[in-house]
Ligand binder design. Structure first.
Ligand code: UDP
Length: 186
């Protein structure tokens, strides 16, 4: 039987983005050449607010508006760097470059003590993953940029990590093109 331990947390309203290679919004925002390898991981903070387009924040914004205190901020900074080290090594071992990823954290109480833990998925939906030799995109950019073969790319990642059986019967969904619906006037 498969089991999952679930913990209720209060989500911190910040998205933590770690980048090893410049692409996506970073290159657009700052005019950096796509694919530039960064000398060391870059940690960015974005406010979780869809209406505002998840704006980029500085540490000072986070502290000024009390979205986190300095201890939480420093703790999470160290955690995302550790997560990046671990994931980079894991993906490198299967011929994949971890370009960047986004994670969120949550607060919870245990024995009257406030703690923070990772509260997010880590998947090709939230990471950019490029094939080590060809730079083929194996992540959600295939969907974002209409590159096709999304399911195959996700399966490729899972197969390389040995977490999906090669004979898996997962297939892309086929559905008819949505049609305009005529609304009858009363
Ligand atoms: N990301 C995410 N959710 C978001 C925004 C970003 O998972 O709401 C991930 C995205 O998949 C990429 C990284 O965070 O791995 C950096 O994304 P970027 O800021 O370049 O965003 P983009 O403009 O490409 O959405």
């Amino acid at each position: 039987m498969r089991e999952q331990l679930v913990k209720l947390v209060e989500i911190i309203p910040i998205e933590f983005v770690v980048r090893n290679i410049a692409t996506g919004s970073l290159t657009k925002r700052l005019g950096i050449e796509d694919g530039t390898v960064l000398d060391y991981p870059l940690v960015e903070y974005c406010l979780k607010n869809d209406d505002l387009g998840d704006p980029l924040l500085s540490r000072e914004h986070i502290l000024a508006f009390k979205w986190m205190d300095v201890f939480e901020l420093d703790f999470i900074y160290e955690e995302v760097r550790r997560i990046n080290d671990f994931l980079q090594g894991m993906f490198r071992g299967v011929g994949i470059k971890l370009v960047d990823f986004k994670v969120e954290f949550g607060r919870f109480e245990t024995d009257g003590k406030r703690e923070i833990m990772l509260a997010d998925e880590i998947s090709p939906d939230t990471c950019r993953l490029w094939d080590m030799r060809t730079d083929k995109k194996l992540d959600k950019d295939r969907f974002r940029n209409n590159l096709g073969n999304l399911v195959e790319a996700y399966q490729e990642v899972a197969i390389r990590l040995n977490i999906l059986h090669e004979q898996s019967n997962i297939r892309p969904l086929t559905y008819p093109k949505p049609k305009a619906v005529k609304i009858k006037k009363k």
